[in-house]
Design a protein around this ligand. Sequence first.
Ligand code: HT7
Ligand code: ZN
Length: 865
Amino acid sequence: PIAKKRSDYQQPDFLISHVDMVFHLDIQKTRVITTCQFSRNGEHNRPLVLDGESITLIKVVLNDNLISDYDVNSEQLTIPTTEDEFTLCVETVINPEANKTLEGLYFSAGAYCTQCEAEGFRKITYFLDRPDVLAKYDVTIYADKARYPHLLSNGNQIDKGQLDDGRHWVKWQDPFNKPSYLFALVAGDFDLLTDNFMTQSGRNVALELYVDKGALDKGHHAIASLKKAMAWDEQVFGLEYDLDIYMVVAVDFFNMGAMENKGLNVFNSKFVLADAESATDDDFFNIEAVIGHEYFHNWTGNRVTCRDWFQLSLKEGLTVFRDQQFSADMSSPVFNRIKNVQIIREHQFAEDASAMAHPIRPEEVIEMNNFYTVTVYDKGAEVIRMMHTLLGADGFRKGMDLYFARFDGQAVTCDDFVQAMQDATGIDLSQFRLWYSQSGTPKVTVSDEFDLSTGRYTLTFGQMTPPTADQKTKQALHIPFRFELLDEQGVAISDDSVPELKAKMIELTQDVHSVSVSGLNAKPTPSLLHNFSAPVKVDYAYTHQQLSSIILYSGDEFARWDASQSLYSRCIHNLATAPDSPDNALFDSMLDSIGGVFALADTNPALAAAMLSIPSFETLSQQVDEIQVEALYHAQRSVRHLIATALSDKWLTLYNNQVVGAYQYKADDVDKRRLRNLSLSYLVQGDATQASELLHAQFSQADNMTDSLGALKAAQYGKLEQFDQLMVQFEERWRHDPLVLDKWFALHANMERSDILARLPLLLSHEKFSLDNPNRVRSVLGSFAFYNVLGFHAIDGSGYKFLADYLLKLNSVNPQVAARVITPLTQWQKFDPKRQELMRYQLARIADCKELSKDLIEKVSKSLN
Ligand code: HT7
Ligand code: ZN
């Protein structure tokens, strides 16, 4: 396959003003009749070339004349017309049941559903399937009424009727221009939850949530979240919903989280359905966030869309930023910020260090589905956040207003967005634009000097971005770097004559910068990268004492958490590299500081919980040049064990202090359950009898999934005997609930046990496992490959082989999901030479597969280069 390049962008040869589609739904033979009004774009005489894949062409009618002088191959339909304005009607047949890729129109669990982003519309009909061709759509759907009482598409329902043969039809009209990737159709028998929302200008919007039969009670949280999101976007950005109806459909078979189709969102049921018994607090949180994310796309993505797919971050980075701000406003800002940063440090930094490294606006793409990445989404959101920091909240809002005023109804570029931000505020963002084209994780090295005789303190910042697989040379970036200086009492030093101190921020634009302060009588402690003001790594040689001081006194809660993580990381790396001569002073210092954090549990429980959690293996991995798997893993466990046992009384008190009534999803209770489950996970490493009693009581008395799962995870982590038996009980109780069963599968796949590779095939032959179901695949293969450190990285290569074996099967079923789950194998660069070789061997095996999908070809070939 050939890569497309961003620099090759050309305007479309033709435009489409109107699309009329008629669907005759049939499980194996759905007939689609598409009639479009075309006009030639510019002066040229090129033929009309339409995209189309996996569809059977029945006939082509040009301006009412049946034609046959067209060319059709497996990817395109070419119509040799010289007219400037014409009507083209194309009839195609598709097989939704055979479509396991879950792209285009597919049939699963008794319902029809579409997924068109990025290039799925071409699996439905021949079309100019690119985001810069915007049109108005009328869609008529015919289907059997008894089996498919609900026939849905974008926009407003404008007509409906009944046929004598038991079929009915519904016609939808979308008054807004949209690209084909926002098209949607759903047909099935659902339960329907309805509500409404009054917009700030007084329009009433009907809200409709379609869920599986019997699941109505699990839809209330999603509807409540939607109303919060609608109100938030009005308050914060002045953005109001524009249609009279907003529909959300929850389906069990879905490749990603959800899809923002105009007026008709389709969701993975994981991000809709929740009740106390079956969903955790994290599930409730994620539902609110994803419902928000898709809703926010209505303006950032739908009203203003992307010119081409290289610009994906235009809508995704911006919408992730908006959903992060929404979540922060709905709960604890610092806890949210920590979660965002953990994703960057665990996954985005890893992507930068791998062969898949790319800028947030990629330059070259073989399969677009491979670029829905943490870089485009989450680093993209960090880039938007940096503009928010540089421009201030008011400046950012002015920029957004100008962006919508200029580009509403258009398909535009990331440059257009930055230009609007610059024009609205007068702030020069020319160097800042490099963040869009440069890949990699910048490193900011900080050093300092203090002259006691003059009282002068100088802080020097150096920036450097190491080469990445896709780009060898790097330039200096415009980095907003927030910081403060603490005196010996932990009080922030203020000196208005130093602008950077006054602003608590330095804008790094060159390789090296310095800031000096005079008149100090002792060397201060720099508290660096407040609120993670830029997606960079920081290198500064903190003393243990300085870290403790930041933990206690920094004015930035994020920095306090970050310092706690640095202290833990230091202990873990120390133990990993010098297991026989641990630095006891360091461990004492850590226990001392962490011991003090318990006091925070009453006043700031969300921050306390985050500070009492040690860094993940994935985060620790990004802090070293070469990952020593066993040493790092065992060091992490040992430090956890030390914290568990040295502070066991505190853990028990903390556990017992978290008293919560009947389940409610509200901030106070969420914090308490989090602290309680965190305590339990430490307590299982101490007194075994006591832990086992607590855990048993919690599991049997829990009225909610957070506590049930908390008990199970603690039993798993502590390798308690009762784990297997609890898992059996859990399976019996939940075997008919797919979302809970996914948790059960994931727990099994994550288990640290020497026979894990013998057990995994049992999981895959479980009657409830199917390669057709992406959630199930992610629960087993994804959990194992991403999080079962010792199993996946077994030194005999059996973990890698296991993954490769199943990816080869998944390749022909669902290439998009296969290409996501392969990620850990493509990140071989940081492992020891032996593992590198074993991982590359499996990648080469996959590469040898004759019928490899474009998705896997792109990832595997990059990784092997
Ligand atoms: N814009 C959507 C991205 C997407 C997607 C969603 C579901 C299935 C396949 C998909 N391919 C791309 C989701 C979002 O970011 O909101
Ligand atoms: Zn999105």
